[in-house]
Design a binder for this molecule. Structure first.
Ligand code: SAM
Length: 349
């Protein structure tokens, strides 16, 4: 759909003017800009040599952005034939400009004067990298799953974050990847295979029934089904399908899912809740609901070096949220030139 064909509905505009105030125009401006393409290097398949000195001449802009010590994953035990910098060099030789994403060692912006199909390369098919929106890399960074842990991905398909978590876990421990949509699970299974993931079980079920399995987890990711209003840049259809009833329906589902996710955590376990929506009803209100329903839920402050963030919303439509909601992460599209995202980290005490 071309920009000039886009009609913004009156109730959409009224709603967002109320939410954003003077930032409304900026929101529309950013929502109409094409989303920057990004990739995540997959250290299950390629050797991690992503040191600033090795990136000189391959990556434009700053190569040493002070994040290298943060995520030094151990090398996967197979004999990896190709280095991360070789993959980047191959893309550069084909005309792709590559730039570091300031908040993640394995993330790179990629751009090309004539194309956007970064998923259409041999290197992608071989699983050397994954094409993933930059903000979508943040929830696994925050959850920080470790080798050997038991992890639940409760709304997992098509598996961007499952494959990223498997990489952080060095393919050790176990991930249970659940989704209610069997067609999307096919894409997930194919992505697991392509990325060389072998520590993940795939389960087709409604996440609201996860308790029935009688399993508890060290960590849970709930990247919830949402309205996608933070990701309008990816799909202008959101302008058309948006309506208040849809937001309320999703908010109810998200509240059920967050309780289910929290209830299968082990004591001291961590839940990360995320959406690519900017609606308070799908974000702060859902986390607030969890705090209200479960006394043993504690919000933890999220720290991601070099990531720009905005203030969470603490009051909306006459409802004041628990003050600890201020420790959660709200990202507007202009903060890091990504999708809009919301992320909360909750510990079970
Ligand atoms: N985490 C995924 C990734 O990074 O690739 C994206 C997940 S997408 C935002 C939300 C997912 O929730 C969809 O795949 C949808 O099928 C799934 N979903 C919706 N309702 C669900 C439910 N009741 N139980 C489990 N999954 C559900």
């Amino acid at each position: 759909m071309k920009n000039r064909e886009i009609r913004i509905k009156k109730d959409f505009e009224d709603h967002y003017r109320k939410l954003l105030g003077e930032l409304y125009e900026k929101f529309i401006d950013f929502s109409l800009r094409p989303l920057k393409k990004a990739i995540r290097i997959n250290t299950i398949k390629v050797f991690d040599d992503l040191l600033p000195e090795n990136l000189e001449g391959i990556v434009s802009g700053e190569t040493n952005i002070g994040i290298d010590s943060l995520y030094n994953l151990r090398q996967y035990p197979f004999n990896l034939k190709i280095k991360a910098t070789d993959v980047l060099k191959r893309l550069k030789e084909r005309g792709w400009e590559i730039e570091r994403i300031a908040f993640y060692k394995y993330g790179f912006w990629v751009s090309h004067p004539g194309r956007r199909d970064i998923g259409n390369t041999l290197e992608f098919q071989l699983g050397y990298y994954y094409s993933q929106e930059a903000a979508s890399m943040i929830p696994p960074i925050v959850l920080d799953p470790k080798p050997g842990e038991t992890v639940l991905d409760l709304a997992a398909a098509p598996g961007s974050k499952t494959t990223q978590m498997a990489m952080h876990m060095e393919n050790k421990g176990i991930i249970l990847a659940v989704d209610v949509d069997k067609y999307r699970l096919k894409a997930l299974s194919s992505n697991l295979q392509k990325q060389g993931v072998i520590n993940t079980l795939v389960l087709h079920m409604d996440g609201r029934k996860i308790k029935d399995l009688n399993i508890t987890f060290d960590k849970v990711l709930l990247d919830a089904p949402c309205s996608g209003t933070g990701a309008i840049r990816k799909s202008f259809k959101t302008f058309i399908i948006w309506n208040e009833r849809m937001i309320q329906r999703l908010s109810r589902l998200q509240k059920q899912l967050i309780l289910s996710a929290f209830d299968v955590l082990k004591e001291d376990g961590i839940l990360v809740y995320s959406t690519c929506s900017i609606e308070p009803e799908e974000n702060e209100e859902v986390v607030n609901y969890l705090l209200y329903k479960r006394e043993n839920a504690r919000i933890e402050r999220i720290e991601v070096p070099n990531l720009k963030r905005s203030e969470p919303i603490l009051e909306w439509r006459g409802e004041r949220y628990f003050s600890d909601i201020k420790y959660t992460l709200r990202i507007w599209p202009w903060d890091n030139d990504t999708e809009g995202f919301y992320i909360a980290k909750i510990r079970k005490i």
